[in-house]
Design a protein around this ligand. Structure first.
Ligand code: NAP
Length: 239
């Protein structure tokens, strides 16, 4: 059996492609999103209980290989997977889409993490389109002088910035609709998630010449990595 650590579009596509090739796949979701898009094939939901719990799960379920296809900003699960795979002696592949690359006309600023983004933000504008995810909102909650258009998938828990409007939505998004939202703000804040599901906001910001503040990806353990689903399928089939 192959374990796919999921929660991304790539993880769903990988499960689909492997099931099509009659590989037994279990996709694992953290359970953060109330109504997640489910991959085809078997699915399990919830944490494993740290690297030890994951290692035990790998042994108990006779897992042949693990693909860590979690989101680039899921900070802990990558390290857990590396430790667990090593201790259970199971091969591990990281499937990670590349980060976004600037194009002609982009006005991009970078922050190393959400805290740095919050520090830099007041110099970039007063009205902010904040798309850094529900779990990242507390980092901006103290910015009382700014107004935020916040977009996330599920309703966020406090603390939230004092002045804000909330949009609950899930990608993929269209450039035209993103242009309308960006027309209401001075600056866009996003994590460097990469991929096409949520990149329309970057195209819209480019067209409108609005600055974008991007949060750099957190470091991940050095593991064999594939950038695309077909590469990951190949890797699995070789096992
Ligand atoms: P995280 O900080 O790396 O993980 C926190 C804990 O959640 C882990 O220690 C693990 O619990 C559990 N976990 C995470 N991913 C899991 C998975 N695929 N299957 C089972 N357990 C998992 O992760 P996060 O940032 O909270 O993200 C959670 C999930 O949402 C990930 O699967 C990720 O792909 C998806 N996601 C995250 C973002 C983001 O920006 N962070 C965006 C889109 C999607 P145990 O230690 O108990 O095993």
């Amino acid at each position: 059996m192959i374990l796919v650590l999921g929660g991304t579009g790539e993880a769903r596509k990988l499960a689909e492609d492997l099931v099509e090739r009659e590989v037994r796949v279990v996709s694992s979701l953290a359970g953060r999103v109330a109504r997640p898009r489910l991959p085809v094939g078997e699915v399990r939901v919830g944490g494993f209980g740290g690297p030890e719990g994951l290692a035990a799960w790998l042994r108990e379920n006779d897992v042949r290989a693990v693909v860590d296809a979690t989101h680039p900003f899921a900070e802990r699960i990558g390290t857990n997977a590396a430790k667990a795979a090593e201790s259970a002696k199971v091969p591990l592949l990281r499937l990670a889409r590349p980060g976004w690359q600037p194009a002609e006309g982009d006005v991009w600023h970078w922050a190393d993490d959400l805290a740095e983004a919050a520090r830099k933000l007041p110099d970039l504008g007063k009205r902010v389109f904040l798309t850094s995810g529900r779990q990242g909102l507390p980092a901006f909650a103290h910015l009382d002088d700014l107004w935020f258009l916040i977009r996330c998938v599920d309703p966020p828990a406090p603390p939230l910035p004092r002045h804000h409007e909330l949009i609950l939505a899930r990608g993929p998004y269209e450039v035209a609709a993103e242009r309308e939202l960006l027309g209401r703000v001075d600056v866009l804040v996003t994590k460097d998630s990469g991929g096409t599901q949520t990149s329309a906001k970057l195209a819209a910001a480019r067209e409108l010449r609005k600055p974008v503040l991007l949060v750099r990806r957190p470091p991940r353990p050095a593991t064999e990595t594939a950038e695309t689903v077909p590469e990951a399928v190949e890797w699995v089939l070789r096992r």
